[in-house]
Design a protein around this ligand. Sequence first.
Ligand code: NAD
Length: 354
Amino acid sequence: MNILVTGGAGFIGSALCRYLVANPRNRVINLDKLTYAGNLASLRQIENFPNYRFVRADICDEAAVAGVLHSENIGRIMHLAAETHVDRSIDGPEAFIETNVLGTFRLLQTALQYWRELPEPAAEVFRFQHVSTDEVFGDLPFDDSAFNEATPYAPSSPYSASKAASDHLVRAWHHTFGLPVVLTNCSNNYGPFHFPEKLVPLVILNALDERPLPVYGTGANVRDWLYVDDHARALDLVAAQGAVGESYNIGGSSERTNLRVVETICDTLDRKRPRRNRKSYRDLITFVTDRPGHDRRYAMDTSKIEREFGWRPRESFETGLSRTIDWYLENDWWWRPIREGSYRGERLGSSVAA
Ligand code: NAD
């Protein structure tokens, strides 16, 4: 199977590329524009694999994408390229509309044209997989409710609105033009190679630097957390076995308040890398003004993917977090240039977004 991964130099995309190339029957073409969030260093361990290739291109560039689809004889598109940081979407929404909405539209048009020209049986097995977020469903109360695949969309932020728009476009290209699509909506991911503007790496690295650990509001907002390799495995399963036109929720069944996430990171670091002054890292927690429009709670009902494919996360939040912290402690070659470059983690608060 020749697979085009868009956004493969990002956090989840790079984990997905690493996962897919481990299967020698896959050939993976990673198409990425390399925005601030794209980092080829995340792909160092696979960059010389014979079944991996990187192409620098923008999903908005129809000619470039069409060229790759034809020259690489692509049988599956896994679409992850996006602007993803909620705080950035509040400061400057335009890039989110450009890539997430217009970019997805252009990619759909290019994919449709390509699919229509495919001979059978290649057209029959071709899939366009759209990777999306639980944030499209909006805000849940603090109870035991959860989003399922039929939950109506009610996005709150420019980021989630742009992802909701892209989900609608993907469904429309299926219903109207017959493009064989599958969709997934996933909760918050964490793991290695996560850009340090997001909550988990931001807190780990700020703690190691003895800097404040910013928490929005009172830290009571609840998110569900999934280890990134579990997401990659679920994406491959859905792409291979998901029913055309269907969407699947993916989640970790690990709801935590933001404050608890930060405290768990502090406690784990206290054990693994105690501070010189022997105080707990918890002393560095600093509550900051809440994000506007901050959704209270997200939670995923993942019974469909569990029932249909037997998928379950392999990592609990505690084991996944421990692995993640070990990775950041051992891999400063990856994150130090980012922290010492344009991004230092001074301005942004504790994002809990995708
Ligand atoms: P990321 O920000 O780490 O990476 C995004 C990648 O897309 C980067 O490599 C960037 O260079 C690339 N990109 C951006 N604009 C592009 C364009 N116009 N053309 C080509 N490439 C472009 O994002 P992530 O956290 O890895 O998320 C990947 C996908 O998964 C996104 O679609 C996101 O909405 C979705 N998602 C993320 C999470 C999460 O917790 N991170 C959860 C659910 C869903």
